[in-house]
Design a protein around this ligand. Structure first.
Ligand SMILES: Nc1nc2c(ncn2[C@@H]2O[C@H](COP(=O)(O)OP(=O)(O)OP(=O)(O)O)[C@@H](O)[C@H]2O)c(=O)[nH]1
Ligand SMILES: [Mg+2]
Length: 358
């Protein structure tokens, strides 16, 4: 599987799970391995993104993605190896960041992005968790800055999943319909409270005939986005089934869920509000956060993905903190001694639900 040179990574034919690109750390090409080094980050530049630089940095990130989330056993082994070596490097210097162009200014998040509607949102708060802010301030986020969070976008065919992703990642809109065949993904880099962070956004096919291919990629999602067309109520009804299928492949309570109404530009304000009533009701049932967007005009697209990135980032940092705390040998007032690897019932767990997740 050739992965070099991919800006947006697309395959010519459906990618079967067993064919998912596999890269081990040792197998990484030199230019990829050289792409990670300990250096202070240069100051961000305005929006202009040199395409060759972007491609270079994406190549490095693609290798991370493949190692981190490939559905094969080898991919997961590579992921562990990568995380271990990354962990050592991170301890050597906390400001380890992937070499590449700085993230564009509109991918820099300093304040916690706001919800779309308080009637269906995952968190009402307006600031990052205190512990997260403190950790980021001390640049003590462990390997979070090197990890990718997997986002899976599902929903009926023609609802605009690809258009939404392309509007955000490439700032383009294509009015001609080209069905997604199987799956595709994009990687988007952010800088959140000074820490680099990346989303790996999986675009899946809505067509029934590709469903079994696409569903093989639901596993390991931190975020599930269920999309429907605001002008087609049937597509809203189907989101329940899409979500069920995606959740079945993931640990209960491990995913943030979003319900997104697309093609907002096709409705008048009043019609949109009417459609949103039912959507918000369903979002609450699904324990999802609701957003209305338009890929055509770009309305709410950036705000939506910023919100996704911030929630996923905060959860990653908190989970990393929890993991690190549990590895510290603890000798309490009693005779409690706790180390990593102790049975789960002895470990404190901060479940996703306690973080405001599904
Ligand atoms: N007016 C308008 N049209 C949109 C919008 N988003 C998508 N479309 C159109 O809707 C059609 C379907 O969009 P896609 O993004 O290809 O749909 P999809 O959900 O990826 O479809 P599959 O890949 O088959 O699952 C295309 O013709 C788009 O141009 C939008 O926000 N506004
Ligand atoms: Mg598509």
């Amino acid at each position: 599987m050739v992965i070099a040179g991919c800006g947006a990574v697309s395959w010519k034919r459906p990618l079967l799970p067993q064919e998912a690109p596999v890269a081990t750390v040792t197998a990484l090409p030199n230019h990829v391995r050289d792409s990670f080094r300990c250096e202070p980050r240069p100051d961000p530049v305005p929006d202009a993104r040199d395409s060759s630089d972007v491609a270079g940095s994406r190549r490095a990130l693609v290798a991370m993605v493949i190692a981190a989330t490939g559905p094969t056993r080898t991919g997961r082994a590579a992921s562990r190896a990568f995380a271990t070596s990354a962990g050592h490097s991170a301890r050597m210097r906390s400001s380890l960041t992937p070499l590449g162009p700085p993230v564009s200014r509109d991918r820099i998040i300093t304040n916690f992005p706001k919800w779309y509607t308080p009637h269906a949102c995952l968190q009402l708060k307006e600031h990052f968790h205190g512990q997260v802010s403190a950790t980021c301030q001390h640049r003590n986020t462990g390997t979070v800055g090197l990890r990718l969070s997997k986002v899976v976008v599902v929903g009926d065919l023609y609802v605009g999943k690809t258009s939404l992703i392309h509007r955000f990642c490439k700032n383009v809109f294509d009015r001609d319909y080209k069905a997604t065949i199987g799956v595709d993904f994009e990687i988007e880099r952010f800088e959140i409270t000074g820490i680099p962070y990346s989303l790996q956004i999986w675009d899946t096919a809505g067509q029934e005939k590709f469903k079994c291919i696409a569903s093989a990629y639901y596993r390991g999602a931190q975020v599930i986005i269920t999309a429907f067309d605001l002008t087609d109520v049937q597509t809203l009804e189907h989101t329940r089934q899409w979500l069920e299928d995606a959740l079945r492949e993931n640990e209960p309570g491990s995913c943030f869920v979003f319900l997104v109404g697309t093609k907002k530009d096709l409705l008048s304000g009043a019609a949109c509000e009417q459609a949103e009533v039912e959507a918000v009701r369903l979002a609450n049932e699904m324990k999802a956060e609701y957003w209305s967007v338009s890929a055509k005009t770009g309305e709410n697209v950036k705000a939506f993905f910023s919100r996704v990135a911030a929630l996923a980032f905060e959860q990653s940092v908190l989970q990393d903190l929890e993991k690190r705390n549990s590895t510290r040998l603890q000798v309490g007032d009693g005779d409690l001694i706790r180390m990593e690897g102790s049975p789960p019932e002895t470990q404190e767990s901060t479940t996703s639900s306690s973080l405001g997740c599904c």
